[in-house]
Ligand binder design. Structure first.
Ligand code: ADP
Length: 178
């Protein structure tokens, strides 16, 4: 398989569809024989970032750690799929600069849609005041200004989202055309 290393960074609100797209992308890329690794924000927080809070400072540390690992893998030819809310633009851009081969995918379903989906029941708990500092409710989300790929999952199917990312990777020569 003649692909090169790249970090595909999915950012967006909770419930926007990052994990769903990431899982489908993983399957599609594995079927093409790609070497890949997935860094899921929730799983990183149970391991590499265990004990970190959701303060701005700790969120930034978490993203820098994910970025560090993604960089090591990317420079060794791996396709890294990162799925993390990563709400702050500055640290996303910092990680982008470090990694270089970086494709930002903005999973851009708006808050109302994410809250309606409420996949994990977290929005309801945040609205009830049981969770403080929840992104989109009482904590900021800074949307990317020029993401490589935009996936408004309220308007497109999972297949369309995955196809857009794959097409972008092909167009940018990270992945040979199918
Ligand atoms: P996140 O990882 O961003 O918190 P999830 O992937 O866990 O979000 O949840 C997104 C929800 O939205 C899932 O229930 C998924 O089935 C649904 N969904 C609806 N349309 C789409 C789409 N086009 N792409 C991705 N997810 C979608």
């Amino acid at each position: 398989m003649n692909h090169s290393g790249v970090t595909v960074w999915l950012t967006g609100l909770s419930g926007a569809g990052k994990t769903t797209i990431c899982d489908a992308l993983e399957a599609a890329l594995r079927a093409r024989g790609c070497k890949l690794e997935v860094l899921d924000g929730d799983i990183v927080r149970e391991n590499l970032s265990k004990g970190l809070s959701f303060s701005k400072e700790d969120r930034d540390i978490n993203i820098r750690r994910i970025g560090f690992v993604a960089h090591l893998l990317t420079r060794n030819g791996v396709i890294v799929l990162v799925s993390a809310i990563s709400p702050y633009r500055a640290v996303r851009d910092e990680v982008r600069q470090k990694i270089g081969d970086f494709v930002e995918v903005y999973v851009s379903a708006p808050l109302a849609v994410c809250e309606e989906r409420d996949v994990k029941g977290l929005y309801q708990r945040a609205r009830a005041g049981e969770i403080k500092g929840f992104t989109g409710i009482d904590d900021p989300y800074e949307a990317p200004l020029s993401p490589e790929v935009d996936c408004p999952t309220q308007n497109e199917t999972l297949e369309e989202s995955v196809e857009k990312v794959i097409r972008f990777l092909e167009k940018s020569n990270y992945l040979p055309a199918a």
